[in-house]
Write a protein that binds this ligand. Structure first.
Ligand code: SF4
Length: 168
């Protein structure tokens, strides 16, 4: 499979909304997005003081080594986007596996004091590969038209997508 340059955030956005994926991939960012990123960084610094982030080509991950295994950690604010968070971490595990590193994933929700463990299966690998192809197709194509959904009001791109529109 041809190597694609896709970050973990793009994988997560793919599962959240194709419009969001496309806007973010074309460097269209909104102020609220930056605030959310800062909040994420703050949570990260609080929860992982002492651990260094590792940049491997396109992905930036937090890791903790425990014995034989490497744990890839991802810190999230809430569990609302659980599927997207899980796929983001699975992508990191897939990415590392392709480079000969066997790791397990951990999603930390410090506010909820919860921790989810993620293991990459063969089925997950197939899903990731299909998602990567689809991400490339979406990003290279025209902007997908925004479709209103439950999460839109909390999305940084809300004004961009629906500013001025009346609610249904
Ligand atoms: S506001 Fe809704 S449609 Fe627009 S990018 Fe965000 S999630 Fe997607």
């Amino acid at each position: 499979m041809e190597e694609m340059h896709i970050t973990g955030v793009k994988v997560a956005y793919y599962y959240i909304c194709p419009t969001k994926l496309w806007l973010f991939s074309h460097d269209i960012t909104m102020e609220k997005e930056s605030e959310l990123v800062s909040l994420g960084k703050l949570l990260h610094e609080t929860a992982y003081r002492g651990h260094r982030e590792v940049q491997i080509e396109d992905i930036a991950i937090d890791f903790v080594r425990r014995g034989e295994k490497i744990e890839v950690h991802e810190i999230k604010k809430s569990r609302k986007m659980e599927k997207a968070h899980r796929m983001q971490v699975l992508y990191y595990l897939y990415y590392l596996k392709k480079r000969g590193i066997d790791a397990i994933g951990v999603i930390d929700y410090p506010k909820a004091r919860r921790r989810e463990y993620v293991h990459l299966t063969q089925e997950d690998e197939s899903e990731i590969e299909a998602a990567l192809s689809d991400i490339e197709r979406i990003v290279k194509g025209p902007m997908p038209l925004p479709k209103r959904k439950g999460i839109c009001k909390k999305c940084a791109y809300y004004e961009f997508c629906f500013g001025g529109e009346d609610e249904e």
